[in-house]
Design a protein around this ligand. Structure first.
Ligand SMILES: NC(=O)c1ccc[n+]([C@@H]2O[C@H](COP(=O)([O-])OP(=O)(O)OC[C@H]3O[C@@H](n4cnc5c(N)ncnc54)[C@H](O)[C@@H]3O)[C@@H](O)[C@H]2O)c1
Length: 143
């Protein structure tokens, strides 16, 4: 069974984050440079929220506001859900589905250990299924 810490071993522990005082425009620029769809919002070591492409689409573009006039603090999601390194990939998918979120920061005790996206989870689940299929195929073919 694949665990969250196994995904982090492959993808690394970096978490792209921004200050709540940054403009939404600058946050979007960072998202584009780093090729990520969400940013953790931090004041020092304190996590104050998470900002995603969805927050931008729904709370800026759709309401006719400009990203240069708005701070991340005004549109970030303040409720942040977490996952632990020892959780399974299936548990992570269950949290994402029930809470309707696509990114979960990983907390190892008090320490921020990484971030997992729904794409990471789907990739891990497909790899697990491919492994099972390969095992079954070789079992069927064995004399
Ligand atoms: N999951 C992947 O391995 C991966 C990698 C690159 C591109 N994509 C493509 O991007 C699209 C959306 O993918 P997604 O659901 O993975 O979301 P995403 O674009 O937010 O995530 C892409 C990768 O960046 C990482 N990431 C996201 N936010 C981060 C942050 N704040 N700090 C550090 N790393 C961060 C994710 O864990 C993932 O590995 C899909 O079309 C997918 O095919 C996926």
């Amino acid at each position: 069974m694949k665990l969250i810490r196994h995904i982090l071993l492959e993808k690394g522990h970096d978490v792209q984050s921004v200050s709540p005082e940054l403009t939404v425009f600058d946050a979007l620029k960072l998202m584009s440079e780093k090729d990520v769809g969400a940013l953790l919002v931090k004041e020092g070591d304190k996590i104050s929220g998470i900002f995603s492409e969805r927050d931008y689409a729904r709370k800026v573009i759709l309401v006719g506001k400009s990203s240069k006039d708005i701070r991340v603090r005004e549109i970030m999601s303040e409720k942040v859900y977490f996952i632990k390194p020892q959780n399974s990939v299936e548990e992570c998918m269950a949290v994402m589905t029930s809470k309707k979120v696509r990114h979960l920061p990983v907390m190892d005790g008090e320490k921020l250990a990484g971030i997992i996206s729904i794409g990471d989870v789907v990739k891990a689940l497909i790899e697990e299924q491919n492994f099972t299929i390969d095992q079954l195929v070789s079992y069927i073919k064995s004399p």
